[in-house]
Design a protein around this ligand. Sequence first.
Ligand code: NCD
Length: 304
Amino acid sequence: MRHLMSPLDLSVEELYDLLALANDIEQNPGKYAHACDGQKLATCFYEPSTRTRLSFEAAMLNLGGSVLGFASADSSSAAKGESVSDTIRVISCYADICAIRHPKEGAALVASSKSSIPVINAGDGGHQHPTQTLTDLLTIYSLKGRLNGLTIGLCGDLKFGRTVHSLIHALIRYSGIRFVLISPEELKIPSYIREDVLKRNNVPFTELERLEDAMPELDILYMTRVQKERFFNEEDYVRMKDFYILTKDKLTLAKEDMLVLHPLPRVNEISVEVDDDPRAVYFKQAQYGVYVRMALILTLLKWR
Ligand code: NCD
C-alpha cells in the first residue's frame, strides 16, 4: 500500500504514467466510468477548500465510486478533541481511500502512519500540497507538451504557499528547469527550500521583487494568493495582500505562448480582465485537477 505525502513519493516514471493515465481519462471518460464501483473515498478536511475537496469527490463519482467525509474540523469529532490518529483509524473502517487536509504541517503523515487505507495529503499547513502539484504538472505537460526546458516564474507568497513548495520539489527532477522567484522581501521562499532543494541540486534560480522585470523571459507564470490564514497578524497581511496584481498591461511584456497558472482561489492578484487572454489557463487547470485525481485514486487503489 502506498500513500501520497509529497510529489516525490512518485518516481519520475510513475509520474509520467500517472499523467498519461490522466490524459487517457480526459479523452475516454466512458472507459473509466465504473472503474471504482463499490469503493468509497473519504474526504477529511480540517481546513477550508473548494477545488481540492470537490474535485476529489467529483473524481471518485466519475469513477463510479461513492464519497463520504467532513468539510470542516467543526463538523467532526476534532471539535471534541479527537486526535487525527484516532480519526483515521476509524475512517479506515469506513472507506477504501482517504484525502486529508489539515492546518498543521505533518498531519497527513501522522494519519498515514495509523491508516490501513491509502492516505493522500490534500494540503498540510504551509508545507506541501502534492495533488495541486499533480494538477499543475498535468496542465503544463498537456498545454506545453513537456516538463523540461522551462523558465518558471513563481510569484506572490512564496513563504507560506504550499503549492509553490510542492511544485519546486517536483520540477527540479527535470532538465533545463530555471526558477524566477518573485516575491516581496517578507514573503521570500523559506531557506530550507533555497538551500536544501535548489542549491543542493544545482537548480538555477533568481530572486527578485518586480514582476515586470521577470515577465519577458518566462514560459510559465505561477501566481499565488497571499496566505492570509498563515499570518501572525492582520496588519502584515493587509500590507502584503495587493503587492502583485497581474493586469492586461503587464501581460503585454510576456511571451505570446507564456502560460499563466494559479492554484486558485484568486483574491486580487490577477485582475479579472486577464481571464479572457488565451494565456490565462487557471480555470482549465482546475478541470485538469479532476482528471489527475481520478488517475491518482485509480493508481493508489491498484497498488493497495
Ligand atoms: C491552494 C491551497 O489550498 O493551498 N488552493 C488549492 O488547493 N487549489 C492555494 C491557496 O489556498 O491559495
